[in-house]
Each structure stands twice: as C-alpha cells, then as structure tokens.
Design a binder for this molecule. Structure first.
Ligand code: FAD
Length: 375
C-alpha cells in the first residue's frame, strides 16, 4: 500500500490567495504544464489531493526518447527494443524502431517538479466558479486555470462510469524481473482489451485493461499474475478515458486524461499527457509574458488538441475492431505484421501522434529555481 504523507489534521491550514495560474493535478499533465511556466514571472500554484508522486497512476511505460528529451532519465528502470504479443494461437515478437522504457513514478514526479518553480499545496479540488477554484482547504483564484485532474474532469462536465467512454485498468506490482515487454490479447483474460507485464528492473507491473467498463478485471488480473507465477500484490487501478474531449471549456484548460488525451487501443496516456501539457503550458506562458490574450490562448490550445481528432478516432476504430477479430485470424494477422518494414512504418506513425521532438523543440527546462511559498 502507498505510504500516506499528505498533510492531515492541524497541518491542513486553509489555502487562499491570488495566483497568475492555478494548475489542478500534479501528475504527468499538470507537472508538464507547470514545467513550461518555469522562469516566467508568473505566480503558479499546483494543487493535488496527494503529495507529488505519492500515488502511482500507471504501469509507467513510455517511449524512452520522451524520458530523455524531458531530462527524466534519472527515473528510468528498464528499456525494451521488442514487444512480445501473445494470442492463444501465436506469439509475435515485434522488433520496434524505437525503444520503450519503464520508470519509477515518485522519482519521475520529483524530477519533473524540480524543473518547475511553482508553489504546491495538497488539497482536494471540488469545483470552480469564474476564476475561483474551490478546495477542501479553501479557495484560490487565478485568471488562468488548468484541470489536469484525470478522467473525472472535475472542473468541467464530468464523466460517470460505466456509461462514459472509459476503459478499466488494474494491475499488481509483485517483486520480480523480466526481459520482455509483454502483451496478451486473449479472451481468457478480457473479452475486449489486453493484459500486460511490464518489468521495471526489480518489479513487475502485471495488469489487465478492459475497453468495456462493465467487465471487471480484478479476477483476471489475478489469473494473469498466477499464470506468470507472480504474487498478486500491491494493486493499482483506475478508469482510462478512450475518447478525445474538448481541451477547453468555459475558460478552463484541460490536459491529459481530463481531456481524453490517453490514446485509445493502447491506453498510452503518459506521453500524450506530457505532449498536451507542454502545448497548454506554452500557451499559458505566452499569456503571462504578454504576447497573447487568455482568450486567444484558449482558442489556440483547443484547436491544437482538436487537430488530433482523426488520429485518436482511427485508434478508437482499431480498439473496436480488434476484439471482434476471431483469434485464428488475429494470429495470422500478427504473423504478417512481424514484417520489419511494416513494424517500422506502423510504430513510426504511432510515435508521431505525440512525438518526443515536440518537447525538444520548445524552451529547455529551467534549472531548479527558488520555489515560491504557497499562499
Ligand atoms: C492500470 C493502468 C496502467 C497504465 N499504464 C500506462 C503505461 O504504462 N503507459 C502509459 O502511457 N499510460 C498508462 N496508463 C494511462 C495513464 O496512467 C494515464 O493516461 C495518465 O496517468 C494520465 O495522466 P494525467 O496527468 O492526465 O492524470 P493522472 O495521472 O490520473 O493524474 C491526475 C492527478 O490529479 C489528482 N487528482 C484527481 N482528482 C483530484 C481532486 N479532486 N483534487 C485534487 N487532486 C486530484 C490525482 O491525485 C493525480 O495526481 C495506465 C492506466 C492504468 C489505469
């Protein structure tokens, strides 16, 4: 179980004050936004219900190059050049044109945080009215507000499972080691979705994701762990959005899962949270530096996110199609897909949906600066 470090009792003094930017959510998207504002004169406050890095929100697998360009290799655990896909009738081994890595969540969040110069408070965000953000510890205000709070989209029109377009993901984290990044497309584990095992040096992250939110994945997560002779311990799970949503609403910027930025089919949402968080942060930076109005930034960011609609939709089609393919046909298709040029082409396209060069192209991360005390 995670260790609770979040402020309690007398330590939870009221929060208040006026800020230039309030970023709600201190995970991948929120920290990526705050990082882009480092070095400006803006007073930035980041809020989260937990301490930064306290609650792991994923299996923490990402294209290695994203870790490198963001200066996060210090959190790196293990790198893979190959993806192994198991089906009941065939196991494909795809040699990837780029590598994928696992990382340590608390370490990565600490590294990201060190690249910001924002203030931070642990507080549960409950809503917003105009420029005021309400929390369980009081209210803060800012002309620029970001919701990076994950799938609930607390500051917008929310989502309720099981009717919303959400997938369900659960994993266990037994101690152990492995050499391969493995995926299972097998109805024994989930009718529509996949199972995975992501080794992270001395830990395995074994889980099952269901595209159908009504399918409960607990039993089959345990089944997959047992099949791999691993202990089903240290659970971690969440809902995963699989449809893009408007990236702005009623004057608020949404980044990461709150905007449905997690990719359908693969449920890869970390690099897209970085990518759209950086895009959002760059717009906010232009506003606080006086180059753009808030209204213009909202429009530009909304349009930037919406321009990815076609790519997200085609991944959603694939998400709907693959579970309908009979297992023997799927095995034949995977056999054909192992062809090197096809893998290079398809995975090249896939990476370019949110390419690491986007982060590299912007202003480099600032050295850790003196933090402003939260109000
Ligand atoms: C089991 C599982 C495994 C996954 N594995 C991978 C993977 O290996 N690779 C990958 O790319 N993607 C993976 N994903 C998807 C990925 O986790 C998400 O897409 C990603 O975390 C989105 O980042 P985010 O910053 O938008 O939101 P989150 O990471 O969900 O962060 C939201 C933050 O907001 C805070 N918060 C929420 N509500 C409130 C509130 N009311 N007040 C204050 N704070 C609040 C939370 O504490 C959290 O810090 C996985 C998902 C699951 C469920």
């Amino acid at each position: 179980m995670p260790i609770r470090r979040t402020k309690r009792g007398a330590a939870r003094t009221p929060v208040s004050g006026e800020w230039d930017v309030v970023v709600c959510g201190a995970s991948f998207a929120g920290l990526a936004v705050a990082r882009e504002l480092a070095g400006t004169r803006a007073r930035v406050l980041v809020l989260d219900r937990y301490e930064i890095g306290e609650r792991q929100t994923s299996a923490c697998g990402v294209p290695t190059e994203w870790l490198r360009v963001m200066g996060l290799m210090g959190a790196h655990r293990q790198t893979f050049g190959r993806l192994v896909i198991h089906t009941p009738h065939f196991t494909a081994r795809l040699e990837l044109p780029w590598t994928f890595s696992t990382f340590d969540y608390p370490e990565l969040c600490a590294l990201l945080w060190a690249q910001t110069d924002a203030g931070f408070e642990t507080a549960t965000v409950t809503g917003r009215g105009g420029s005021v953000v309400y929390t369980d510890r009081g209210a803060v205000s800012a002309p620029l507000v970001v919701d990076a709070l994950g799938w609930r989209r607390v500051l917008g029109r929310g989502y309720q499972p099981p009717d919303a377009p959400l997938s369900r993901g659960l994993e266990v984290h037994p101690w152990g080691a492995g050499d391969d990044l493995e995926i299972w497309i097998d109805r024994r584990y989930v009718p529509a979705g996949y199972g995975w095992s992501f080794p992270a040096r001395d830990e395995l992250r074994i889980g099952v994701g269901s595209f159908d939110p009504r399918f409960h994945v607990k039993d089959t997560t345990v089944l997959l762990a047992e099949d791999l002779e691993a202990e089903p311990v240290r659970y971690q799970g969440n809902w995963i959005p699989h449809r893009l949503r408007a990236a702005t609403e009623d004057g608020v910027f949404f980044a990461g899962d709150s905007a449905g930025h997690c990719l359908p089919l693969t449920a890869e949402g970390i690099r897209t949270a970085f990518y759209f968080g950086i895009a959002c942060g760059r717009e906010l930076r232009a506003v606080v530096e006086g180059q753009r109005t808030a209204a213009a930034a909202l429009t530009r960011y909304h349009d930037f996110s919406a321009a990815h609609e076609r790519k997200f939709r085609s991944m959603l089609y694939a998400q709907r199609l693959i579970p309908r393919v009979p297992p023997r046909l799927l095995a034949s298709a995977l056999r054909a897909m192992q062809w090197r040029r096809f893998v290079d082409w398809s995975f090249g396209h896939y990476l370019r949906i949110a390419p690491p060069s986007f982060a590299a192209a912007g202003p480099p991360a600032r050295a850790p600066a003196l933090r402003r005390a939260a109000a």
